[in-house]
Design a binder for this molecule. Structure first.
Ligand code: AQP
Length: 334
């Protein structure tokens, strides 16, 4: 029997959500909510693979929840909850730790990037993080996972784990093989300071990213200071591709203004980058500032946010327990 389309995705509560999270994930979450059942998770257990100040973590869990709501995710349509409140995630992760192979994890480039030179000092959690991500997805037998391009490799691992579980326990088709849903036009929003690095929460310079909570003044200043190019805007894609910072600015503009990159190039060829920066800042202010204001408003009502998470956790827990019961039986656990 074909599984019904079920979407799952998560966002780590590790601080300021930015334009990369918004275009790579949140906007897609919203579009999918209109067509199918969706589960959106604040993945707090992933966040603690790198040490988090406990007080800040609590605040970040609430703020990520507020960001989901502020971008239009509707708790009456989609399930919104935090990962640690459904213990099935940790339980299935353990089972999948025993299915996944060390060789597979050794190939994960995000671990190499995040652990840096001194891998011995990285937490074990950071190393096995992709197995927990597989558990998050498979716990609900999810079929589709909207993510940015940076998560493609982890998704491929989830697919391998699902396949191996189905083979090992002789239950073909039990876990659906989850499909990544990666935005076509802008799958990776790059840093405003370095067009070869992705925009990221943990990048030291705040000028490298547009945060969802930035005010108009911040956005205008950051776009003005963003790296571009000393020559005018080229008239063809081939030349633009050789200028990563310029490419990033035009790509963001194209995505947010819903205009194809070709059309943007036609209109802007030969002009200075200050022209496109002005247009980009204007459109970002009109799209991002209302989201930031809504986050700030929601953050004033902790009780409401906690209530959303509690209700979401209850719904998620029912689905998780139903599936876990069968998973335990398949593995032979009593
Ligand atoms: N720059 C990006 N472009 C497109 N998509 C992005 N995503 C993150 N950065 C970009 C997507 O956002 C979702 C949530 O990501 P996350 O916060 O859970 O983890 P991350 O990918 O590790 O994000 P950061 O900002 O890079 O955080 P830090 O600095 O803490 O590691 C995912 O779908 C991700 O693909």
């Amino acid at each position: 029997m074909k599984n019904k389309k079920l979407v799952f995705s998560g966002v780590q509560p590790t601080g300021n959500l930015h334009l990369g999270n918004y275009l790579g994930a949140l906007k897609n979450f919203l579009a999918l909510q209109k067509e199918t059942d969706c589960i959106y998770c604040v993945v707090d257990l992933h966040a603690i693979t790198i040490f988090q100040n406990p007080k800040e973590l609590k605040n970040n869990i609430l703020e990520t929840t507020a960001s989901f709501l502020a971008t239009g995710i509707d708790p009456n349509k989609s399930i919104i909850f935090n990962q640690s409140s459904v213990s099935g995630h940790a339980e299935l992760a353990w089972i999948l730790n025993c299915v996944s192979r060390i060789g597979w994890l050794n190939r994960m480039t995000q671990f190499k990037d995040k652990a840096g030179k001194d891998k011995e000092k990285a937490s074990v959690g950071l190393y096995i993080y992709p197995n927990l991500m597989a558990a998050d997805i498979l716990l609900y037998k999810s079929t589709h996972v909207p993510v940015g391009a940076d998560q493609k490799q982890h998704l491929e691992l989830s697919r391998d784990i699902a396949q191996k579980f189905n083979n090992d326990f002789n239950c073909a088709g039990f876990f659906p093989i989850p499909e990544p849903l990666i935005p076509k036009n802008i799958s990776r929003v790059m840093s405003l300071r370095d067009g070869l690095k992705k925009m990221s929460k943990s990048e030291e310079s705040d000028y490298s990213r547009i945060n969802l909570k930035d005010n108009a003044e911040d956005i205008i200043k950051k776009i003005k200071k963003a790296k571009s190019d000393s020559e005018p805007i080229p008239d063809n894609l081939k030349m633009l591709e050789q200028k990563p910072e310029a490419m990033n600015l035009l790509n963001i503009y194209s995505e947010i203004s819903k205009t194809s990159l070709e059309k943007v190039l036609n209109e802007m060829a030969g002009k200075e980058y200050s022209d496109i920066k002005k247009k980009l800042a204007d459109i970002l202010v009109s799209e991002i500032c209302p989201v930031g204001k809504e986050i700030n408003k929601l953050m004033k009502d902790e009780t409401y946010l906690l209530q959303i998470l509690k209700k979401g956790s209850e719904k998620a827990n029912i689905k998780a327990e139903e599936n876990l019961k069968i998973i335990r039986e398949k593995v032979g656990l009593i």
